[in-house]
Design a binder for this molecule. Structure first.
Ligand SMILES: Nc1ncnc2c1ncn2[C@@H]1O[C@H](COP(=O)(O)OP(=O)(O)O)[C@@H](O)[C@H]1O
Ligand SMILES: [Mg+2]
Length: 301
């Protein structure tokens, strides 16, 4: 049973100069046990999808299914949300926040569950501090603790690492992987390509309210960027013969090769070495997320 299916979901908001189309045709399904990444620039429609999945917004047309059912209080009890930059009442403490939500979720044996999620998210020492005193990373941990209260089978994460220090973001990514190992299905939105590469089984590229590409991370990348450039700096100018044999573009003692795989790089280095050259420097020009966006959004124009 797919934890989440969106079928041809359309959503517009009223705007001053006419309707704002947030989702044109959002159509995808999440598989049980996977981390599915929704990757797209600001304003693409990621948060709108999350809000529709949580039944906070109603689609204009199209359908949503959570574990095969229409969103109802009963199915919604099986899911939860962690949003980056989560905000709770400034004067509440994590303990207050967790007590409030555990009542809202009708959690039996509340104190035991709160102790458990505080321990899991390593926030025990923060439980009596005012929320407004906490750092961005600590606030996110509290949001994590809140999201674990109902042991969700599907967890929605809306740009969870937004604004975090690299160290804290890395720790959070590790915890996301641990959650997956424990059997939780995760939908994660982000605009960080490296986050997607480290975490996600599959990705959907969302642009202007439409999923324009979907698949395994490697497949999607390879499809758009089958090649990358390697620029080698050698101890001397490569001979015309070597340049021809290895299809190098040569400028002084630098040689550029266009490669199709990691194996191709190893083969290139071995061939250059065997020909008697020393490799002083290697620079790989792999496309960045920005290049990726420019390319795929350009294709959509
Ligand atoms: N409540 C709203 N009223 C009007 N426009 C909105 C509202 N929520 C979102 N939008 C617009 O819908 C589009 C998608 O927004 P959003 O889903 O928040 O994008 P993302 O999360 O990918 O940055 C944007 O153009 C945004 O300005
Ligand atoms: Mg958003």
């Amino acid at each position: 049973m797919n934890p989440l299916i969106l079928s041809h979901v359309k959503k517009t908001f009223p705007g001053k100069t006419g309707p704002i189309v947030a989702l044109r045709d959002a159509d995808f399904a999440i598989e049980e046990g996977e981390i599915f990444g929704l990757l797209g620039p600001n304003g693409a429609g990621k948060t709108t999808i999350i809000n529709i999945a949580l039944n906070l917004l109603k689609p204009d047309s199209g359908e949503v299914r959570i574990f095969g059912e229409k969103p109802s209080p009963n199915v919604l009890r099986q899911i939860n949300l962690i949003a980056g930059g989560s905000s709770f009442h400034w004067a509440q403490t994590p303990k207050d926040i967790l007590t409030f939500f555990s009542k809202a979720y009708h959690i039996p044996d509340r104190d035991k569950k709160i102790a458990e999620v505080l321990q899991k998210t390593r926030t025990e020492h923060l439980q009596d501090r005012k929320f407004s005193w906490l750092s961005t990373g600590e606030r996110l941990r509290v949001a994590f603790a809140k999201a674990l209260l109902n042991s969700p089978k599907l967890l929605l994460m809306d740009e969870p690492t937004l604004g975090l220090d690299p160290d804290v973001a890395r720790q959070i990514r590790k915890e996301v992987l641990d959650l997956k190992k424990s059997g939780t299905t995760i939908l994660l939105t982000t605009h960080y390509m490296h986050e997607v590469e480290q975490l996600c089984d599959r990705i959907g590229f969302i642009y202007r309210g439409q999923i324009i590409d979907i698949g395994r991370v490697k497949e999607v990348k390879l499809k758009h960027f089958g090649t990358y450039d390697a620029i080698l700096t050698l101890n001397k100018k490569p001979s015309a013969r070597l340049a021809k044999d290895l299809a190098l573009t040569v400028k002084e003692n630098k040689a550029k090769a266009t490669l199709e795989s990691e194996d191709a790089l190893a083969n290139l280095l071995a061939a250059v070495h065997t020909a008697g050259y020393k490799i002083i420097d290697i620079h790989l020009k792999k496309p960045s997320l920005e290049d990726y966006f420019i390319k795929i959004t350009g294709e959509q124009q």
